[in-house]
Write a new protein. Sequence first.
Length: 336
Amino acid sequence: MGAPVTLDRFILEGQRAHPAATGELSLLLMRLAVAGKRIASELAVADIRRTHGSAGTENVQGEEQKKLDVRANDILVETFDYGGLVSFVASEELEEPHVYRGDATNARYAVLFDPLDGSSNIDVNGTLGTIFSIRPRRDGTEADLLRPGTEQVAAGYILFGPAVLFVYTSGDGAHVFALDPSIGEFLLVRRGIRMPRQGRGYAVNEGRRAGWSDGDRSYVEYLKQRDEPTGRPYSTRYSGSMVGDVHRILGEGGVYLYPADASSGRASGKIRLLYESHPLAFVVEQAGGRASTGTARVLDLAPKKLHDRIPIAIGGPVEIEMYERFTRGVGAAERG
Ligand code: FDP
């Protein structure tokens, strides 16, 4: 076994393959890794320090903010507040983008994040993740962000589970690093991961089924039917954290769904386009998977507003193709 490949080494070696690179993106990714370690250490002692629980505030979508949502957001905002790498950041927890001043005014990048995805898992020591997306700064205004996900320069997530993982892509495959706590470094564990074309699990909150469309309902029923030649029935695997479920799917295949839900007034579903859907779609596509609303490729969509949501199905190509058929109303018919 050779020397372990640290995240920094991997990023710097990747940078050398792009002679025009300035090194700024590399520094930015390394800073995200440091922010991930800081958030991980806050999570590890949250029960002891009594930092679990509600912050007593709501985010722009009217959702309860936990103290650790706010803390993770603050850590990420602080992370880019020096060095002129990032012009502004936008966060699921902030109504407006946070603009950096001074040498950052003309910085090359904007960073978007969901500081702690899967908030309902915070108080029960369940899986959580920080999702990030890096985009080029254009005018330095919000309009820079109201653009398709294909413009992301890099994206990924830091997963807080039994191990802390850093998963990212800059368009050259998706790579997985695990934090070795004994040395405080992320080490490469999987380079250029490829997900299975078809899996055996599906992740969806079936408690909300009453508000789904007929297509969504019949697709999930289809997954549950027994039919060995087509690999069914699927098993339910829903953790309450999209990033945790998507990470499982990267390894095992399968599908995560958050459909439009008419019963709770979520006509566009729950999942944010910029902070969750675009970055996870970028990673999953790089691993051979797909992300779709049922009628459109997620990465092709541009939001009208910063906090727009979309219905999403994300996972293996076999599952997403079938989901699109059900959305068009032809899935059941084709099965005869
Ligand atoms: P959360 O709001 O708890 O941060 O997108 C947000 C998300 O979690 C996903 O991570 C998760 O899959 C989903 O919402 C959970 O929502 P439900 O409670 O409606 O199932």
